[in-house]
Design a protein around this ligand. Structure first.
Ligand code: 2M8
Ligand code: MG
Ligand code: MG
Length: 278
């Protein structure tokens, strides 16, 4: 069994970024030595912090599939890695942050012109993490200053906050795509990438798990739109509850829905679905 999990709104609670109610479930996974692979929009630095706090030693996927970080000696790699970062071998799948920022700037300028010239599109307010100070990111996200600093250290995606009416927002999103970038909604923000997604990264990692450990059964846990490609790729997709007694709606073959928001849903998935499965 290999478990892929989203962080925000799944292992972490949506408002406080706390995993404390999942500690018992995490202990059960550790006792069974089941790999727990973080698969999130969060950066390498943000995820590394949580991995250290929780003593997790498995590979992880950053920035919506932008890169895969593999602890040295975890796997025999049948192909070359792209770079080394500390104790990790890195497989890069995403476009560089610099290139994304450059193209995004052009796309946003085009979108603003179209919105200004349109009578029906209303006012819009757009901010990107790269243009904000650590303090601004912290205020906007409720991350603490250390976490906000790590969230700003992006390598393969830009986080964009859009406040505006539907028509203006769609103009912005269209220009992002017309310029060859992709976006997905992570619950609060739009994550802009060069087209990587969680599912593509999981396919690469599944190959490595199979090659090294034989047959595997994969689980995926998520709560929002940017988890779709992950949930579609795994054998057992699990949706955790969102605030307000609802689950994100998406077209999946065999989804399970667990009660409990964030870490409480995560825990239920572990005890009611993952551990009991033969
Ligand atoms: C962004 O990610 C969330 C989903 O995980 C989102 O898009 O709503 C990223 O910038 C991430 O690095 C950051 O920690 C998070 C803070 O809410 O927002
Ligand atoms: Mg989430
Ligand atoms: Mg996420």
């Amino acid at each position: 069994k290999v478990i892929y999990t989203d962080l925000d709104g799944t292992l972490l609670s949506p408002l406080t970024y706390s995993y404390s109610t999942a500690l018992d479930a995490l202990r059960l996974l550790k006792d069974k030595e089941l790999p727990l692979v973080f698969c999130s929009a969060k950066t390498m630095g943000e995820q590394d912090l949580y991995r250290n706090e929780l003593g997790i030693k498995d590979p992880f996927i950053t920035e919506n599939g932008g890169a895969i970080f593999i602890p040295k000696d975890y796997f025999r790699l049948p192909f070359a890695y792209d770079r080394v970062a500390g104790n990790y071998l890195v497989i890069e799948l995403g476009m560089s942050y610099k290139d994304i920022r450059h193209i995004l700037k052009k796309a946003l300028a085009e979108a603003c012109t179209e919105i200004e010239n349109s009578e029906r599109a209303g006012n819009i307010f757009i901010t990107s993490f790269g243009d904000m100070s650590v303090e601004d990111v912290s205020r906007l996200t409720d991350l603490n200053l250390k976490q906000a600093e790590l969230a700003k250290q992006r390598e393969y995606s830009e986080t964009v906050h859009i406040e505006g009416d539907k028509r203006s927002t769609n103009i912005v999103l269209n220009h992002i795509q017309q310029n060859g970038l992709e976006y997905s909604f992570g619950g609060r923000f739009y994550e802009v990438t060069g087209g990587n997604d969680k599912g593509k990264a999981i396919k690469v990692l599944n190959e490595l798990f199979r090659l090294n450990f034989g047959n595997i059964h994969t689980f995926g846990l998520g709560d929002s739109e940017n988890d779709y490609s992950m949930l579609e790729t795994v054998d057992s997709p699990i949706l955790v509850q969102r605030p307000g007694n609802k689950w994100h709606k998406m077209r999946l073959r065999n989804p399970s829905y667990v009660r409990g928001v964030g870490p409480e849903g995560f825990s239920r998935a572990v005890t009611d679905i993952i551990l009991p499965m033969e």
